[in-house]
Design a protein. Structure first.
Length: 277
């Protein structure tokens, strides 16, 4: 009888555990995803616009269980796209703050989704929009054509007076450690456009003003000791709109997700041009 009672007790407890597991309340999400109900849910309000549909832009709200999600906003976006709405469109690649693909406006600040932590302390929804004052291709994907054309216009490569004088047949193109250090704080730029699209001057004059990101890259080549076209580069930038639309608002330096200082770079360019006159 003792053994029978023990076996009966084990059997009954096992059945209770199985019943408890199978009766856990679940919440069915769109597209067939099943997520366990939890108190650690977070809302994400995301800008939506599809050029193939004759509708105005809108926002869609998604609920994400943070217990089943990574810590970054990009983790939540990937989870939403994978489990709730496969039509959600955004750029992403490295997930390490290197490529700049996932630049977007999160809770009013331009940043990289892969470097932006989800605010778990706030009960408010995370509001996600594309980079401001740019044409939108779809959802969170801005049209970067103008930005890249401006970058191309500064000729972002080493230039020499004599073509081919420093090709690979002549060995490495060396510079001193002191000269190399002058490029710190500029070469790290990943061209995510967070700074340029946070600049009111760029909002108003994006067709003529180069913007902080491109101007900082222009200084990177001006300051490179191996480049032999410094005077020509400065002369090309000496323009009322290309450079001098900057009014030192400094939104660019405040928002840079890499901690760089584009505003300082623009000021240095202005000083170099003034000194060259």
């Amino acid at each position: 009888p003792l053994i029978a009672n023990i076996l009966s007790l084990i059997y009954n407890n096992t059945i209770k555990d199985m019943f408890r597991l199978t009766t856990t309340v679940v919440k069915r999400q769109p597209y067939g995803t099943v997520t366990r109900c939890a108190s650690n849910m977070k809302s994400f309000e995301i800008y939506r616009w599809n050029p193939d549909e004759q509708k105005k832009p809108s926002t869609s709200t998604y609920q994400v269980n943070l217990d089943e999600c990574g810590p970054m906003v990009l983790d939540a976006l990937i989870k939403i796209k994978g489990e709730q709405d496969p039509t959600l469109t955004f750029r992403r690649s490295c997930r390490e703050g290197i490529c700049g693909s996932c630049a977007m406006n999160i809770d009013g600040k331009n940043t990289l989704a892969c470097l932006c932590y989800i605010d778990k302390k706030s009960s408010s929804a995370v509001k996600i929009n594309p980079l401001p004052h740019m044409y939108v291709i779809k959802d969170l994907v801005p049209d970067m054509t103008n930005f890249y054309d401006q970058y191309k216009s500064i000729k972002p490569w080493l230039q020499t007076k004599v073509e081919g004088s420093h090709d690979l047949d002549h060995g490495e193109f060396l510079q001193s450690k002191v000269d190399r250090k002058k490029l710190d704080g500029m070469y790290e730029c990943i061209l995510c456009a967070c700074c340029s699209t946070s600049c009111p001057s760029y909002w108003w004059n994006a067709d003529t003003y180069l913007g902080p990101a491109v101007l900082m890259q222009a200084l990177r080549w001006v300051d490179d000791s191996r480049d032999e076209m410094t005077a020509e580069r400065l002369a090309e930038l000496d323009d009322a709109f290309k450079l001098y639309r900057c009014h030192t608002i400094m939104n660019c330096s405040k928002t840079c997700p890499k901690g760089l200082n584009p505003g300082k770079a623009v000021a240095q360019l202005k000083k170099k041009i003034a000194d060259s006159h």
